[in-house]
Design a protein around this ligand. Sequence first.
Ligand code: GP9
Ligand code: MN
Length: 638
Amino acid sequence: MHILKSIGKFFMRHIEIPIIAFILTCKLYWFADELGLRMIHEHTLIVTFGTLLLLFSISLLFHRRSRLLVLWVIQLLASFIIYADLVYYRYFGDFITTPVLFQVGQASDISESITELLSITDLKFIIDLLIIPIIVFFLFKKHIAPRIHLIERTVMFVLSVLIGVLSISIPMNAYTEKYGENFLVNMWSNESVFNATGHLGFHAFETTKYLKEHIIGKTTVTEEEKQDVFRVVEGQQQEPNVEWFGKAEGKNVLMIQLESFENFVINKKINGQEITPNLNALIEETLYFSEFYHQTGQGRTSDAEFLTQSSLYTLNGGSVYVRYPSNDYDSLPLLLKEQDYQTTAYHSYDETFWNRDGMYRNYGFDDFVGKDDLFERINPTELYSSFETVGDEQMFMESFEDMNTTKPFYHFIVALTSHHPFTPIPDSASTLNVAPFEQDIFGDYLQSVNYVDRAVGTLVDSMKKEGLWEETVVAIYGDHDNGVAWNQEYADAIEGDLDTLSSYKTLKNVPFYLHIPGNEKVGEQKNSVGMINVAPTILELLGIEGNYMHLGSSMLNFEDHLVPFRDGSSIKGDVLFKASLESGACINLVSGEEVDESTCQSIGEEGKKILKSSSILIENNLNEAYKSFLNESQEKEN
Ligand code: GP9
Ligand code: MN
């Protein structure tokens, strides 16, 4: 009886903590429930329990009176975070992250929408904050808030921290063992991090990661280093080519990035059928760069986008879209918007994936037509790919529908259907005979690529019929390799050579097509070029010139460009410097033989220098400083 009484007294001494924690849990639940996010799940609940224990443990360090105030402040801050996230998510469909806080200035642009986003039922997120002070007042007035001994408070604090840490670390370890750590390292989707860490844990994780990368772990660059980097950028600039400069001035621009679209499929057959008949035919009427390379890193699709839109290299780890979405970039959409283009991006998956919503806003796209918009517009009956979304053809045709603008347009389409594992696609869209690889990843790849090729063909034909083809610069390219390991059977099926197909060069090789209205020079071009050269090429054609912080130059000089890759390797013309942990090898791409290192030593060094410079530019957001550097050097010259 005595024990029970003691337990009861003990409980009453701490009663406010579980009550407040319960209310906060309700708020977390309301948030997740409204937005269709995960909360009622064994893992998420345990981690959330641990987080709340850690959070409220702080209050145990204080005397009862001050403790109530501390609890109220914790509750206030946590509620503010949850509610701010809710309002932000209602509009942008994503969480507030540290880089977003630097863009709060943009909030004024949407202030009208913000008021629209508030609802009277939201009062449940704040009402307790008003009630708690009343209860506190009552408790003290009635003297029913006894003091708690220091020993008890200390023991409680230590226990809470211990249990809190274990409740987070044990499930988190099991989770990363099961799913790998990549989703935490790359953070390509905030939602997948949220699922693992819980709501408040997400913010703790994201903020720590941001601080580590941007402040604590940031290497400082000296003025001298900056100047060196700026000279590297200057060194990459080319004089405008009179033959091409402004050749397509004022024309529309359509850029299509095709998912996992490797160059080896071009002009290849399986069972006597062309895999990509439409793209094969386009060679005769466009510039087809067959030695075009993707230069992506861990940011995969987002890296390809970044390279072609911003003409800067990607980072050594992670995706620029996720890590530096608020920097100043001289991006193609931004520069075209300045020329009064109507700019729209199309992608048939969640707008938040790869932090596209944040990055596209920074790029200055007028519109981003994402998965939800496409579903609203099309109301699809059949779904494509593991992303369960509309097919590329339907998305392409939405871009076509939007081409009736009075202003010139820039459409940037990021295709998706041919994404790993390349299935499912509806039977009606699977028209290639891929026997004997029907139930095989290689067959699925060819099937999906064949569908995407048809989608390109449909769009091009529609544009031709409407007279838009001759009014539009069109660039089409693949984003990166397909991740399928080669074997002899696959190589034989397309009459290819296994060694060549599985070589480093082929894995980096994606097709690049460039249609220039009124241009007579067409056909295959064999000079080495890469994604870094895309934006400068388009700008040259449109006759747009400026001191841009770009590390690529136009490919229309038809010379071999140096093409550095994120792993430190580089290709120029027929030579590949293949980086390795020790020193690297030099390979002649025609013979496939290793040749004397001295042949490509300078290529390797130059490539590494450019990659490093690019990282310094991005990690320190040096765009403005670069422009000042150019102004100063010009003033000195005058
Ligand atoms: C999804 C898509 C993912 O939006 O871009 O492509 P990935 O980066 O996995 O190739
Ligand atoms: Mn991709």
